[in-house]
Design a protein around this ligand. Structure first.
Ligand code: HEC
Ligand code: HEC
Length: 299
């Protein structure tokens, strides 16, 4: 925080507290010479008047206590600009301490699996159970509690992999994250070009769908614009996460309109890196869980 904002906050906070104190002080007593039997002089509905009394004492005391609490708090804890408080407490330090405690208690549980090869770990019931818990806490928001994903979030239980299905590849994906970039090609292809190439893409997994002239010109344009990433047979390229377009398994939707939209506007899709959050031992246990999903019949 810059010195300016720090002082800005300090002056505003202290000023507010002093303002409240002044207000409380000024309302504790009636001004000299005013009796509590006098009315304020306001009259409603011809005969309703109001006495001029000081604020109730219990009510004022509550406010005094809050003001004192606030002042003491701001001395002990952070709150006044960049002044950290005399107790030296900080959110980050507390988080780090609790994390270190949790690591000391539970870290060994995960470390026990560190030397077992990944493929073998997938058959280890304990690892899979722990991996499932980690998955529900860390991955389910995006990939679904059953790992089947949602639009733009890949299904992790089927056999279609963007980046490859080798255990070490899955481990690398989770550790370092991935960014899949499909460039926007609407401007380069034009509306008609997009429609043709989309017709060709649809025909790869649903032969017979779409007008055959469009599919033929689409195929030529595909060779020019798309094979660098999706490959000459459109079977994808796991090195950059370019999906296989021939398997009728779609990340961003399967209708011709969805496919035209992806080609026209492109997509940037990110899997966040987990190394800093989970560390290598937990990631291995997660890989074991994902591999166990593959082994399930019909998974
Ligand atoms: C914020 C959302 C988000 C979270 C949280 C998340 N993922 Fe992902 N994940 C994605 C997206 C999006 C992709 C696809 C990236 C792409 O299209 O290139 C992906 C891709 C993957 C892939 C590659 C799939 C393939 O087909 O190659 C794996 C494996 C994976 N995630 C596992 C995990 C695990 C395990 C966790 C929990 C530790 C997790 N993800 C948490 C969004 C997320
Ligand atoms: C620079 C490399 C690159 C080029 C060139 C490229 N793509 Fe892609 N494409 C990708 C990547 C990477 C993805 C995955 C994006 C993601 O992770 O969400 C993708 C995704 C797609 C999808 C969505 C697939 C799904 O499962 O939903 C379609 C459809 C597609 N591309 C078609 C094309 C067509 C048609 C062309 C040529 C006109 C093309 N792409 C050119 C890299 C490329």
């Amino acid at each position: 925080m810059s010195a300016f904002w720090s002082w800005f906050i300090i002056i505003l906070t202290v000023g507010n507290i002093l303002g409240c104190v002044w207000l409380l002080q000024s309302q504790s007593k009636l001004p000299a010479g005013v009796s509590t039997e006098e009315t304020t002089g306001h009259v409603w509905d011809d005969n309703l008047t109001e006495y001029n009394k000081p604020m109730p004492r219990w009510w004022l005391i509550l406010f005094w206590l809050t003001a004192i609490f606030g002042a003491v708090y701001l001395v002990l804890y952070p709150g006044l600009g960049s002044f950290g408080g005399t107790r030296g407490w900080s959110q980050v330090a507390q988080y780090e301490r609790e994390r270190a405690e949790a690591e000391a208690r539970f870290g060994n549980v995960f470390r026990a699996f560190a030397d077992i090869p990944l493929a073998e770990l997938a058959g280890n019931a304990d690892a899979v159970r722990l991996g499932r818990n980690l998955f529900l806490n860390n991955c389910a928001t995006c990939h679904g509690s059953d790992g089947r994903g949602a639009r733009s979030f890949p299904n992790l239980t089927d056999d279609a992999w963007l980046y490859g299905k080798a255990p070490e590849t899955i481990e690398a994906t989770i550790t370092n994250g991935r960014i899949g970039v499909m460039p926007a090609l609407g401007a380069a292809l034009g509306e008609e070009g997009v429609a043709e190439v989309a017709a060709y893409v649809v025909s790869l997994s649903r032969p017979g769908d779409g007008d055959s002239a469009a599919v033929a010109t689409g195929a030529e344009k595909f060779q020019l614009f798309c094979t660098a990433c999706h490959g000459p047979e459109a079977k994808g390229n796991p090195a950059i996460g370019a999906p296989n377009l021939t398997d009728d398994d779609w990340l961003h939707g399967r209708t011709a309109a969805d496919i035209r939209d992806v080609i026209t506007n492109g997509r940037t899709n990110q899997m966040p890196a987990q190394l800093e959050i989970l560390g290598p031992d937990r990631i291995r246990v997660l890989v074991a869980y994902l591999l166990s999903l593959q082994a399930e019949p019909g998974g």
